[in-house]
Design a protein around this ligand. Sequence first.
Ligand SMILES: [Zn+2]
Length: 184
Amino acid sequence: MKKNPRLYFVFINQKLLIKELNIQQTIGSRSDSKLSSILHLPHELAEYQDQQQSLVMSSQYGQHWLIDIHHIDFVHESYALFSLRELLAILSPEEFQHVAQAWQYALFLRTHRYCGRCGETMRKVIWEMAMHCDKCSHRVYPRVSPCVIVAIHNGKQILLAQGARQITNGFYSTLAGFVESVDT
Ligand SMILES: [Zn+2]
C-alpha cells in the first residue's frame, strides 16, 4: 500500500508557500488530491524542518505539518506565496478549510509563547492543540470566534457593503462580522 507523503503548510510572512506549477495545472479541476500536489517543503528550506513539531491534522491526504517562518525573503522558480484570500478563490471549500485550520494554529502558537497568567514560557502539548504552562498549570486552546455572514437579496439584487478600508480597492462584500458576547 502506498504511504501518504507528509504535507507541509509552510507559512512565510503570513502567506502559504505552494508549488505553483502544480496549482496552475489543477486550477478548476476540483481534484481531491490537489492539496497533496501543492503542499511540499522545498529542500532549500530543509533547515526549518526541525521546527515541524506541529502536526496540524491527519486526513486522507496524509499528515499535515506546520512550519511558520518569519522575516525571510524566499524566491523560487517552482514555488510561490499566496495569501489566504487568494487561496479562497483557488481551492475547494474542503481544501481551504484545511489551510484555514493550519493558519489558525500558526497564529495560536505565535501568540501564546508566554503564559497569560504568570508570564512563564509555555510549551506545546503534543497530543492536543494546546499550550501549557508548567509553572502554574495554565492551559490554553485556540480561540473559537463565532461570526455571522448574511446575504440579503431581493430576487437577483443583493445588498453589498463596503468597509472604510476597502474604499480605495473597490472591494464590496456581504454583511459579516464577529459575534461579541453582548450581541443578541
Ligand atoms: Zn503560567
